[in-house]
Design a protein around this ligand. Structure first.
Ligand SMILES: *Cc1c(COP(=O)(O)O)cnc(C)c1O
Length: 427
């Protein structure tokens, strides 16, 4: 009997197999070759039969050349920071693909001359918020705040309430971000109460602007009060309002969540917001407000370092002009339709102990702290949580009272079939 290791196919032969060759075309030959070498080693160690080498290679190849994997968000947290915040709409994804190649982002095809960068996205934003005299887009909301501090308060004071010194996440704090520009923070009021008088007393020749920050990831309740934007607008200095979530107009289900239109009408000079929270678009920072002031921000030298790429501009414009993005659909879906889907899924999975249950979903770090969204979930034995998370596609649910809940408020209806298959594969 010959050495079975002789039967292990050679690298060239494996790479020539049509399915492997096709994978090398999309993933790159080096990546695929490294997997082939690994599998051949496993075959030499007797862990894989020589006849199974090609199948083992195919099984070990990643789905794409990047390591980021698609995830079904079944957490019930609509804007989930760790899962990439807002999933993009189909229209935004199409726009990304179209803009991926050479594109007219800064070029007028009619005249053949240079044109204003991102004019389509800026026009869509201006149309969505007619109260804004000027609009600009930067890398994210943190960059928008940074630009305000650099342009409006160099070496000067930013007056802000002690109740609004917010930590955004991952240890990053808005006051530190602003102080890093060299501006000085002038804290006024107390954690729970700040009056317009507190702001007025702090104003002086050194004031750059008053900053109002929406506490988007926590709530202070009880004996509290804050100055209204309208009152601050009368103080005679620019008022920058960081509304956080990126609602452009009021949302009926989130009455306490600030929006750009209302903030501008109340007298904010400039509003800053994120593009990938409740707006439902790509990561971006929106600046909306007084035309002259926004122009000053746009012309500041640092604006070049904070600008967005063509992909962001394309996805943002499509989000603004196109159909309702997934985040908004997740917020607005009536609970009864979620219950129906939960019952249908639970029926199909009755043999593994699935049940349809009521659930409570949340908006998430993206805004509306404390708001409970009525929802429905498929409840499975707790052991499914890890198996689903590490499966393909990865499904992330949440564990509650020793059950794994798949909350359907954050699962798109077209993902239900994937969910079903994923649970089946866990056995
Ligand atoms: C999320 C948030 C930020 C940070 O926004 P990014 O787009 O993540 O930079 C700043 N301020 C508030 C109030 C927020 O909610």
């Amino acid at each position: 009997m010959g050495d079975p290791r002789r039967a292990i196919p050679r690298t060239d032969a494996v790479l020539a197999e049509p399915r492997v060759a096709k994978a090398a075309g999309t993933l790159g030959r080096d990546l695929v070759k490294a997997v082939v070498t690994d599998v051949q080693r496993a075959a030499r160690n007797g862990e894989i039969a020589p006849g199974d080498v090609v199948d083992a290679v195919l099984a070990r190849l990643p789905a794409g050349a990047a390591s980021l994997r698609p995830v079904v968000n079944a957490t019930g947290v609509v804007v989930h920071t760790n899962l990439g915040r807002a999933p993009l709409s189909a229209a935004a994804l199409d726009a990304l693909v179209a803009a991926g190649g050479a594109t007219d982002v800064e070029f007028d095809l009619a005249t053949g001359e240079r044109a204003r960068r991102g004019r389509g996205a800026l026009a869509a934003l201006a149309a969505a918020v007619p109260d804004a005299g000027g609009v600009h887009v930067v890398n994210n909301n943190a960059a928008a705040l940074l630009l305000c501090a650099l342009a409006l308060a160099p070496g000067r004071e930013i007056v802000v309430s002690r109740g609004e010194l917010v930590e955004i996440g991952d240890g990053f704090r808005i006051p530190d971000l602003l102080a890093a520009t060299g501006a000085r923070l002038r804290e006024v009021g107390t954690t729970n109460r700040t009056s317009v008088r507190d702001y007025a007393d702090a104003l002086g020749a050194d004031t750059g602007f008053v900053l109002k920050v929406h506490p988007s990831n926590y709530r202070v309740t009880g004996f509290t009060s804050e100055a209204a934007l309208g009152e601050l607008a009368g103080l005679g200095v620019p008022v920058v309002a960081d509304i956080g979530s990126g609602l452009l107009a009021p949302h009926p289900l989130l009455p306490a969540e600030p929006d750009a239109t209302t903030a501008l009408r109340a007298g904010a000079t400039v509003v800053t917001a994120s593009g990938d929270k409740l707006l439902g678009g790509p990561q971006a920072g929106l600046l909306l407000g007084d035309a002259d002031l926004v122009e000053r921000l746009r012309r500041h030298p640092a604006a070049r370092a904070l600008r967005v790429d063509k992909l962001t501009l394309a996805a943002l414009e499509a989000t603004l002009r196109g159909p309702r993005p997934p985040v908004r659909a997740a917020l607005d879906t009536p609970v009864e339709s979620l219950r129906q889907r939960a019952r249908a899924l639970a029926r199909s999975l009755a043999d593994v102990g699935a049940e349809a249950v009521s659930s409570v979903a949340a908006v998430g770090g993206g805004g509306a702290p404390g708001v409970e969204l009525p929802s429905a979930a498929v409840s499975l034995p707790a052991r499914y949580a890890a198996a689903l998370r590490t499966g393909e596609p990865a499904v992330v649910g949440r564990v509650e009272r020793d059950r794994c809940l798949l909350d359907l408020r954050t699962v798109r209806p077209e993902e239900d079939a994937k969910l079903l298959e994923a649970v089946r594969r866990c056995g």
